[in-house]
Design a protein around this ligand. Sequence first.
Ligand code: BG6
Length: 489
Amino acid sequence: KMESTISITVVGASGDLAKKKIFPALFALFYEDCLPEHFTVFGYARSKMTDEELRNTISKTLTCRIDKRENCSGKMDHFLQRCFYHSGQYDSEENFSDLDNKLTEKEAGKLPNRLFYLSIPPNIFVDVVRCASLRASSASGWTRVIVEKPFGRDAESSGELTRCLKQYLAEDQIFRIDHYLGKEIVENLSVLRFSNLVFEPLWSRNYIRNVQFIFSEDFGTEGRGGYFDNYGIIRDIMQNHLLQILTLFAMETPVTLDAEDIRNEKVKVLRSMRPVVLDDVTVGQYKGHTKGGKSYPAYTDDPTVPKGSLTPTFAAAALFIDNARWDGVPFLMKAGKALHTKRAEIRVQFRHVPGNLYKRNFGTDLGKATNELVLRLQPDEAIYLKINNKVPGLGMRLDRSDLNLLYKTRYSKEIPDAYERLLLDAMEGEHRLFIRSDELDAAWALFTPLLKELEEKKIAPELYPYGSRGPVGAHYLAAKHNVRWGDLS
Ligand code: BG6
């Protein structure tokens, strides 16, 4: 039997994502012996660079995951020797055919498999896919393409992108990445729900009052304003990362754990949702702020952001799933940059205990202290359940305590970066954590009318100071739905 080889071409190799995430993830996979024996990594970009120069650049961002492990720098050298660079234009068939020759040379005598990672802006996706002489996958090796968001700006542009990609690629060759799906706690959502008896029976409108998906960063767009201004926080975080988590949270039990079964269930959730309306949304933008003698810039101070930009850097929204399980339950999302903390979490607020026994007998009012399940994606992965508990002693006093599973104290192994899992899955042809085209269409259908209305009506975002907890509009929105944000109470 012929041995196989994988060549991984990172198109857009000089970009930030490639340097910060893709090359380090590939090295981590190599380090953990997850790459096949025969592999090569090619960087492709416009700038002129030698193989050596590429190796130098990426060596700066590679880290040995478990410090002081012997052999690390040896492994790093070994990995770097398999990295090459090819400079070319993104719309040049000739440049890509030169790359093809180099790949073919390295594949000699082996079954050739090729993975292309398009770490480039979407307006050049199609050029690359057209020029990159991508073969159909066959018995003599596969060709797969990973694409990074943004997948368009709205339903139309996304649909157009999909149609163009499909001229050159079959759906099973396309891997639409959403790196939040590679995060450990997100992977664990299904395990929590479907392999424990105690959660799933509560997982519905009968016991859950509301669910919150919260993303906050404690830094602004710093240098990425040019990209960001064209998209805004709703496209950057909500329509993809938070919505993906929501669908996994809310879906019905899939028939199996196969990619198609899971993605079928996710699409059903999206199709049961109402498009988001302006009344159920609030938008914000950070303004400059001075704290402790240090001054923080406004979003519009970023030189790459057009003056007077109305692009939201913060948004909160209420979404609804009109199916039997979730009818009437608000799913709240909140996402913002330049806030007081960096955190991503899911908060599940349960209903009140009926018949307040402890109030009647002991005057202890549990008030709003209902159970809350928190899944913290980052930092410090954790799952905890807020419960009412008796304070030890002779009296009868209750307080709120946590049943707490903190990953770093429970598990000693370091948690892999999301990109490692996703790259590995793509190499194995596993689509479970990638987005199918109908899923993408359904996701855009929910947000496109709102995005258009925000732009057409030139809705001014509420300004909030850099480093604050965000605009008060988010509280009004929550209150309108009888909700208090769990991260603020
Ligand atoms: C990206 C967004 O998809 O996710 C960025 O474009 C954001 O704006 C990033 O900073 C957050 O990812 P993580 O994994 O650092 O939470």
